[in-house]
Write a protein that binds this ligand. Structure first.
Ligand SMILES: Nc1nc2c(ncn2[C@@H]2O[C@H](COP(=O)(O)OP(=O)(O)OP(=O)(O)O)[C@@H](O)[C@H]2O)c(=O)[nH]1
Ligand SMILES: [Mg+2]
Length: 213
């Protein structure tokens, strides 16, 4: 993917604050501190488009970014961090579920999991819930640079087994070394491309093939 432009659109809590529901859109979900914001920055080759922090719970709003004036990437706030104020923690579930269940533009969710940790109830629940809603899910194991290549493979195997997935379904990623970046982009492209092409077709009033000379 060649990223020509990446712009912050807006932050939102409630649906009224979302940008127009015009697709396609890919959301990034996962435990607090897992590396969601870092992954987005790595994908778009920007150091600080999305704020990252060593303090978990940094992203507490739904942040929308527009890429190549063609599709959106959405940074969801992380769950499961105990030190986030109670009020914000209580608002997390409904805020994210409301977004995930109401957004027509949503074409898939990248579910980030720390390669060193065994997924817990939250990840399994989210996976099941996405499956039920027929929203494609792309599981990504983050911070792979923290482990040797051999250990990465063993962890990927264990996590796949735990989630009842195939090991090849899991992408190993590192924002530090950029391992897996192209693989994540390829998977995202596969999800957003049909929608981009069909909206362009609609704008042109005819399918590409018929316009081609
Ligand atoms: N070594 C290593 N550190 C990483 C990687 N990705 C993120 N980090 C670090 O992990 C911390 C959290 O990263 P963020 O990208 O802010 O995580 P987040 O999931 O957006 O966190 P919240 O916004 O709190 O939900 C930061 O200190 C990052 O530098 C990675 O691939 N490798
Ligand atoms: Mg973040």
């Amino acid at each position: 993917m060649i990223v020509k432009s990446a712009d912050f659109i807006t932050s939102a809590v409630t649906p009224e604050q979302y940008p127009p529901d015009e697709g396609p859109e890919i959301a990034f979900a996962g435990r607090s501190n897992v590396g969601k914001s870092s992954l987005i920055n790595c994908l778009v080759n920007r150091r600080r488009l999305v704020k990252t922090s060593a303090t978990p719970g940094r992203t507490q709003l739904i942040n929308f970014f527009r890429i190549n004036a063609a599709f959106n990437l959405v940074d969801l706030p992380g769950y499961g961090y105990a030190k986030v104020p109670e009020k914000i923690r209580r608002q997390w579930g409904p805020m994210v579920r409301r977004y995930l269940s109401s957004r027509t533009a949503l074409k898939g969710v990248v579910l980030l999991m720390d390669i060193r940790r065994t997924p817990r109830e939250e990840e399994i629940d989210l996976l099941d819930w996405l499956l039920e809603k027929a929203i494609p899910c792309l599981p990504v194991l983050t911070k792979a640079d923290k482990l040797s290549k051999h250990k990465q493979k063993l962890r990927a195997q264990a996590i796949a087994q735990h989630l009842a997935l195939d090991r090849t379904d899991l992408i190993r990623f590192s924002a530090k070394t950029r391992l897996g970046k192209e693989q994540v982009w390829a998977a995202i492209e596969e999800l957003v491309l049909p929608a981009v092409v069909s909206s362009r077709d609609a704008a042109m009033g005819a399918p590409f093939e018929e316009n081609a000379t």
